[in-house]
Design a protein around this ligand. Structure first.
Ligand SMILES: Nc1ncnc2c1ncn2[C@@H]1O[C@H](COP(=O)(O)OP(=O)(O)O)[C@@H](O)[C@H]1O
Length: 292
């Protein structure tokens, strides 16, 4: 397991071959699937002789899994800042597309606002473009947040990119709903906040939990926006879609020995140091703070 946590701050070597391949493979996959919709194995042949970077020579390539509202974005972006790698959230890519006046945006808004998943084809196209743009800028490593969300996405990713570690963040479902309903984004600076103040009493041997709100500074207060898909009905649908389509992805990675389960013990002040510890990054943070 220790090898999974190795990272290199020096490497800027691009993994162009793997992400371009990601896109090419997906096009073939879609074409093959259209002619054979019941295919269960990957309908394309991959050139396994293409070079893949040894994990010790590149930055980490991690995935964050977890239900809507669990805090994937919060913890993934903090870790990315610490490790100097990009935080790539497919939900953000979808929202960027929604905000544009592209022909795709109307189609997407219907799906997203009903709490459904957008098609594997669309999401992989958005992700491939993002990865390729990153490569062009010399990015190395990433944390993927919100991808893969279906077994099929996981299979395609596994074929083309080496994922070192998959962190599965967990929280009880009643807390998830409250957290989604409390989410706000500042329409000006784009920062995320949460107005929910969670205080759950322990029952039947299960520990209680308290999570203070993550309040915006006063200058953001009047500019707060709620995501259109953060209403109670849509969040409940998203939680159901997660259980149906995305939970199997946890097992997919568990069976490959890549899954790290992390039960969030509370809010950021409690959870962050514990997360760093399980990732063997607590020393790393201390060294960085000492050097700053
Ligand atoms: N990997 C994906 N596959 C399909 N749809 C996705 C994916 N990632 C994001 N989406 C779409 O974008 C929406 C918002 O995603 P995200 O911000 O990750 O939500 P959440 O806060 O529920 O985790 C999802 O409800 C879904 O419609």
């Amino acid at each position: 397991m220790a090898a999974l946590f190795r990272y290199s701050k020096s490497s800027t070597v691009s993994s162009l071959s793997s992400t371009s391949l990601f896109r090419r493979c997906f096009s073939s996959a879609v074409a093959a699937e259209l002619s054979s919709p019941t295919t269960t194995t990957l309908p394309f042949n991959l050139d396994h002789n293409l070079p893949r970077k040894d994990p010790k020579d590149r930055n980490v390539q991690w995935v964050f899994l977890g239900c809507p509202g669990v805090g994937k974005g919060t913890y993934a972006s903090r870790l990315c800042n610490l490790l100097g790698i990009p935080h790539i959230a497919t939900g953000d890519l979808v929202r960027e597309e929604l905000a544009s006046s592209s022909p795709l945006s109307r189609q997407l808004s219907e799906i997203v606002n009903q709490g459904k998943l957008v098609s594997d084809e669309i999401i992989i196209n958005l992700l491939s473009k993002r990865l390729e743009a990153g490569e062009a800028k010399g990015e190395s490593g990433f944390i993927l947040d919100g991808f893969p969300r279906t077994i099929r996405q996981a299979e395609i990713l596994e074929e083309v990119i080496d994922i070192d570690l998959v962190v599965n963040l967990k929280l009880r479902e009643d807390v998830l709903l409250e957290k989604c309903l409390g989410r706000r984004i500042c329409g000006q600076c784009g920062k995320n906040f949460n107005l929910a103040s969670i205080n759950v009493k322990g029952v039947n041997g299960n520990p209680g939990m308290s999570m203070p709100p993550l309040l915006p500074p006063t200058h953001c207060m009047s500019k707060l926006i709620t995501r259109a898909d953060d209403t109670e009905t849509v969040v409940k649908e998203r939680l159901q879609v997660y259980n149906e389509k995305s939970q199997p992805v946890e097992e997919y990675y568990r069976s490959r020995g890549k899954l790290l389960e992390f039960d969030l013990p509370g809010g950021i002040p409690e959870s962050w140091p514990k997360l760093l510890k399980v990732l063997n990054l607590d020393d790393f943070e201390e060294k960085l703070s000492a050097a700053a």
